[in-house]
Design a protein around this ligand. Structure first.
Ligand code: GAR
Length: 190
């Protein structure tokens, strides 16, 4: 069994979609949904899905309590799904190539600190891009700079608002993130 922890800071539609995808899986256990945000809607979703949650402080994250909790829970693989904080380097090193993130644009464009959610879509539209999409990548010590694992693209329409573009990008995320996780964890668990 592969124990996965999902980290999310906000709504958590990806977290819920991934959890549902693996619900009947004999190989994958979504063992934990973790957040630094006590008001994150993902906590409601986790409760509904009966998945254990862990709400931590930034101090817990920086001082290593979060890493200890993950070790204690025998987590094999970490999925960031709308998690907006930097992963500390000791955690990156411990889970070498076993932490992945999804970004709502085609990296290396529109990434880096402060580029998340609607801010990304606003920037893509303001630049007049004809195409956007998703990037799934390994996490390293820098925002959005780890090796790219997978990308998928979609159109940006002249009539798009950040909200309509976000919906199109979310659909790509829901379609591909669980499948990419399923593929990646082979050989990285247990
Ligand atoms: C997703 O679109 C994800 O790509 C993005 O936040 C959204 C979370 O949605 N992540 C980033 O911008 C990270 N830089 P969700 O809470 O509904 O899953």
């Amino acid at each position: 069994m592969c124990n996965i922890a999902i980290f999310a800071s906000g709504s958590g539609s990806n977290a819920e979609n991934i959890a549902k995808y693996f619900m009947q899986s004999p190989k994958v256990n979504i063992a934990l949904i973790a957040t630094e945000n006590p008001n994150a809607y993902v906590l409601e979703r986790a409760k509904r899905l009966q998945i254990p949650t862990y709400q931590f402080s930034m101090e817990d994250l920086k001082k290593g309590s979060v890493l200890l909790k993950l070790i204690e829970m025998k987590i094999d693989f970490i999925v960031l799904a709308g998690f907006l904080k930097m992963v500390p380097s000791e955690m990156v090193q411990h889970f070498n190539n076993r932490i992945i993130n999804i970004h709502p644009a085609l990296l290396p464009k529109y990434g880096g600190k402060g580029m998340y959610g609607d801010r990304v879509h606003k920037a893509v539209i303001a630049a007049g891009e004809k195409e956007s999409g998703i990037t799934i990548h390994y996490v390293n010590e820098h925002y959005d700079e780890g090796d790219v694992i997978f990308q998928a693209s979609c159109e940006v329409l002249p009539t798009d608002t950040p909200e309509t573009l976000a919906q199109r990008v979310h659909r790509l995320e829901w379609e591909y993130y669980p499948k990419v996780i399923e593929h990646l964890i082979q050989g990285k668990c247990g």
